[in-house]
Write a new protein. Structure first.
Length: 266
């Protein structure tokens, strides 16, 4: 009997949560349609009491997706929502701009090509093109990987101030025997990345896997993403890496140009 009551209680809570989410989305749709609206009109359209509408709007306001207008009784979409939409649009633009270039790079190298962006303390993979030499490539899209143990991560970290890197990475956990775990070594490696224009990670995240990465810049010249070539350490040995790096850096610059970046002096 108790179990039945608990189940019914949980189901009731779940229904309430779903209903609240649906109402919150409806509020956003109302504000998008009307431009601005007051609590009374929102409550009327939702078919709820004013106190319920006020509580929902207050929650959205606290998260920055809704804000009050100069007329204190009305609300409009907040900059938080616009910022999220802008970030999503920027990532879509990045994938669309890089896709044909990534395909050509994968064809030229025979290896897997990925593009990643910085999210919190990790690199997030947005897109992947498998090369002909890769039999069963890892599907990295949507995965987050550590900054200190990957070539993409090093490129993204190299664009930050050293203090920012230390704040983002209070710990440097090992993944293999070759993972960088000393802070001084990491900063020396990031300095090399800035000087050389690309990063290399050999057996640092996984044994037998090597990756090279180069920065992709936006129209302002800021590092917006990292483009990488990943393959087996056997194929990407020291001799072959030099040729791959040349192709990679050229491809990353091509993506940057597609995003509006113009190199100084050109």
């Amino acid at each position: 009997m108790t179990s039945t009551i608990n189940t019914e209680t949980r189901q009731g809570r779940d229904v309430g949560v779903v209903q609240s989410v649906d109402r919150a989305i409806t509020i956003l749709e109302i504000l998008a349609r009307e431009g601005e609206a007051g609590v009374t009109s929102v409550a009327d359209e939702l078919g709820v009491h004013k106190s319920t509408a006020f509580r929902l709007i207050g929650t959205l306001e606290a998260r920055g997706v809704v804000e009050q207008t100069d007329d204190r009784g009305k609300y409009q979409l907040g900059v938080g929502l616009i910022r999220m939409a802008g970030t999503t649009a920027a990532r879509i633009d990045l994938v669309q701009a890089s896709r044909p270039i990534s395909k050509q790079l994968a064809a030229d190298t025979g290896e897997t090509v990925n593009i990643a962006v910085l999210v919190d303390d990790s690199a997030l993979y947005l897109d992947q093109i498998a090369g002909a030499a890769t039999l069963q490539p890892h599907n990295w899209v949507g995965r987050r990987i550590p900054l200190h143990a990957t070539s993409n991560g090093k490129v993204l970290a190299a664009a930050l101030d050293p203090d920012e890197v230390d704040e983002l990475l209070p710990d440097l956990p090992p993944y293999t025997e070759r993972t960088i775990t000393r802070r001084r070594t990491l900063h020396r490696e990031l300095a090399d990345v800035r000087r050389n224009g690309h990063a290399v990670a050999v057996d640092e995240l996984e044994e037998g896997m090597t990756a090279l990465s180069a920065p992709v810049r936006d129209a302002h010249g800021e590092v917006a993403a990292a483009l990488s070539v990943t393959g087996s350490s056997f194929r990407l040995d020291a001799e072959s890496r030099a040729g791959v790096a040349t192709l990679l850096v050229a491809a990353a610059d091509e993506v940057s140009t597609a995003l509006g970046w113009v190199e100084r002096g050109s």
